[in-house]
Design a protein around this ligand. Sequence first.
Ligand SMILES: [Zn+2]
Length: 480
Amino acid sequence: MSTNALPAQSGDFPAWYGEVVRRAGLAENSAVRGAMVIKPYGYAIWETIQRELDDRIKATGHENVYFPLLVPASVLAREGELVEGFAPELAVVTEAGGKQLEEPLAVRPTSEALIWSTYARWVQSYRDLPLLYNQWANCVRWELRPRLFLRTSEFLWQEGHTAHETEAEAVAEALTILHDVYADTIESVLAIPVLRGRKSESERFPGAVETYTLEALMRDGKALQTATSHYLGQGFARAFDVRFTGRDGNEQHPYATSWGATTRLVGGVVMAHGDDRGLRLPPRLAPQQVVIVPIAREDERADVLPAAGAVADELREAGIRVRVDDRPELRPGFKFNEWELKGVPVRVELGARDLAAAAATVARRDGGQKEQLPLAGLAAAICDLLDDVQAALFASAREERERRTLQDPQSYDELIEYLGEASGFAVAPWCGDADCEARVKADSSATIRCLPLDEQAAEAGACVCCGRPAVTSAVWAQAY
Ligand SMILES: [Zn+2]
């Protein structure tokens, strides 16, 4: 590990991000441009995200399935908007087993086509509905400007695909996933506050009637779309000829949803919480919540190391993920830097002087405060401290978002100036016209991130772009 300082976050955010991802051991580039190797520490973070999402997906009544990686081109072609939307990013296999294939096979960019062509066999009657399925998989969407975790040509994700008897049921499903699965995981585990909203038509998923989204603000003032949930209407059912006999005896098409969250969430955690010293991981996400660093001269090791082991056992019994860093060849200062870079929420230093006082020195990663705590009752105190760090990271990200949110700019120029400098979110009334949306994008490179779900249309006022009556308020930002 390099001992050079990281690039300053405020000076060169992209360089800072790249160095944190590399030096903290999260991921690295591979021989294929845009495809990343996820290293053990990065994968451990992903596994926690996966487990937390999966628990909630199952708690809301879904089951996991697995569909193949390869999709016949003719199947993908059946839904026009989907194939058009993904054409520029599609990877296609034309040769296998040493022969040209009769039909090219697309590497899935998403699985609606394959899954709905299968649902045609699974759905006959209203009694077969709803289908509430999810799969954990990888996807390929060819990236021209890849960035580790944020935009990679191959990524890991879950994709849910459900089929319902009624529109109301399908819309409710898309919103349940948005709130109870995604927002709950991202806010309570990843400690990232999110705006809940709908996408404007131009930002919708290809083939979706409505795309719901969760938008988070990163520490450089850019937005990150953290997860999306789509209400797909009956388009996919029609394209793949999925029909069922309804309660009234008539044949009809079911209503669809799909929803996904990807490994980009790992990048979101880096950018929402990290600082000049590296990562800051929320305790509920951290592979190691506590690291114990014994501080001992050669002649003190026989006392200090067993004491460190005993503290570790006590913390483990209290359900804390803990590691003792007893590598003898490294100085404590080096270890402190390394664990700070890796974002471990709490560090316990244990030296002969601490032991003589029946205490340990405890440092928190988020704010850097350090205090001596008695060894008696240490596990309970550290459990409280971890809760506190979790809450503090969320609160600090929310304050940062509020500080960086411009409410109701007085003029179009003020909006463009704010957005052009990637200062954060700007919230302003919008008439709903795609021309106004396109004008803001051309003038500032910012897009409408979402139309907030809690917005009252009556409050909207006049469109910030054209002055005509607004139909909604919109949240703009530059985005990853
Ligand atoms: Zn307008």
